[in-house]
Design a binder for this molecule. Structure first.
Ligand SMILES: [Zn+2]
Length: 318
C-alpha cells in the first residue's frame, strides 16, 4: 500500500531539519544536519536537497506498514519569504546572500516536487494551528521567542503574510523598556533589543552581571540562584514582551494565543511575569483569551511547512 505524504523542512540558523509528514499532520522521525549558512545560498540549498533525498530514499513507513510517496515539499526558512514566488526577500547577517534566492524554484527543479516556501515563524505557527496548541482555533496569534522575537497571525490555518511579506516582525516594534538599546536591525529601542535570548544575555552583562555568564540559559540559572541583576533583566524582557503581545491582542482579538520558542519555554518565572503583565494590560472583554505554551516543539516548523505544501497540492495558495 502506498500513502501520499508531504515532506517538511525547517532551515534554521544553526541546523536544518526534515521529516515525512502525513496528510493528517503526523510527523515521522526528524533528520537534521548543521546549516552551512555562512557558506552561502547554494550550500544551504544543497543541504536541503540531500536531507530530502535521504528521506525519499527510505520510503517505507514501518510503523504504518506502507510505502510513502511524496506529493509536495514544504520549507520554512529563516528570513522573510514571498510565498507566491518562493523567493527570500529579507534576511539577517546569519545568512549572507540569502536575499533574492529563489528557494522554491531551485528546490522544485532539483527534487521534481511542488514546493511551498515560507518564513520559519509562520511555519511554526501554521504547525501549532494545524495539530498543536491552537488546533481547531479559527484565529491564533503565535509568538516565538528565541534568538529573535517574531509572531504570526494564523487565520483559518493560514498565516497572514502582509503586503511586503513582513507581517509578524514584532521584534522590530518600538518598545519603551528597550529605549537606547540597539536592535540587530540597526535601530535602537526595538522589542528584540531586550526580549530575545541573546538580548537578555547582552543586557545582563551591560548591567554589570557576572562576566563569566556565556548565554541566556546561564542568565536564567543565575536568576534561580538569587542574582538580582539577572532577575531584573529577565523580568524587563518578560514585561516588554507582555506589553507588546497585549497590544497585538487588543488590535487583533485572536481566539487563542500560543507562545513558544527556546527562550520562552525555558523558565516558569519568565512565563509568570509575561502572563501577569499581559493580563494587566487587557481590557475586560479580551482578558480571558487563553495563553498556551506551544506543543510541537522543534517539529512545529516542519509540520507547518508541510501544511502549506498540502494547501498547494490541494489547489490553494500555499
Ligand atoms: Zn529592530
Amino acid at each position: 500500500m502506498t500513502a501520499d505524504m508531504l515532506i517538511g523542512v525547517d532551515i534554521g540558523g544553526t541546523k536544518t531539519a526534515a521529516a515525512w509528514v502525513s496528510q493528517e499532520g503526523r510527523v515521522g522521525p526528524v533528520v537534521s544536519t548543521p546549516t552551512p549558512a555562512a557558506d552561502g545560498p547554494n550550500a544551504v540549498l544543497e543541504t536541503v536537497v540531500s536531507l530530502v533525498q535521504s528521506l525519499l530514499g527510505d520510503p517505507s513507513d514501518r510503523e504504518e506498514g506502507r510505502k510513502r510517496h511524496a506529493v509536495a515539499l514544504g520549507v520554512g526558512t529563516a528570513g522573510l519569504v514571498d510565498v507566491t514566488t518562493g523567493v527570500v526577500v529579507g534576511a539577517n547577517d546569519t545568512f549572507p546572500g540569502w536575499v533574492g534566492t529563489p528557494v522554491g524554484e531551485v528546490l522544485a527543479n532539483r527534487l521534481r516536487l511542488p514546493v511551498h516556501v515560507e518564513n520559519d515563524v509562520d511555519a511554526h505557527a501554521a504547525g501549532e494551528a494545524w495539530v498543536g496548541a491552537a488546533a481547531g482555533a479559527s484565529s491564533a496569534l503565535v509568538v516565538a521567542v528565541g534568538t529573535g522575537v517574531g509572531c504570526s497571525l494564523v487565520l483559518g490555518g493560514k498565516p497572514l503574510r502582509g503586503a511586503h511579506s513582513g507581517a509578524g516582525e514584532i521584534g522590530h516594534m518600538p518598545c519603551a523598556l528597550a529605549a537606547g538599546l540597539m536592535c540587530p536591525c540597526g535601530r535602537p529601542g526595538h522589542l528584540e533589543a531586550l526580549a530575545s535570548g541573546p538580548a537578555v544575555h547582552r543586557e545582563y552583562l551591560r548591567r554589570g552581571g557576572n562576566p563569566e555568564s556565556q548565554d541566556a540559559p546561564s542568565v536564567l540559572a543565575q536568576m534561580r540562584n538569587g542574582d538580582a541583576i539577572a532577575s531584573g533583566v529577565v523580568r524587563d524582557a518578560a514585561v516588554a514582551l507582555g506589553q507588546a503581545v497585549a497590544g497585538l491582542i487588543t488590535a487583533l482579538d485572536p481566539q487563542i494565543v500560543v507562545v513558544g520558542g527556546g527562550f520562552a519555554l525555558a523558565d516558569e518565572t519568565w512565563w509568570g511575569w509575561l502572563e501577569e503583565e499581559l493580563r494587566r494590560q487587557l481590557i475586560a472583554p479580551l482578558a480571558t483569551v487563553p495563553i498556551r505554551r506551544s506543543e510541537l516543539g522543534g517539529a512545529a516548523p516542519i509540520v507547518g511547512a508541510a501544511a502549506g505544501a498540502r494547501r498547494l497540492v490541494n489547489g490553494g495558495q500555499g
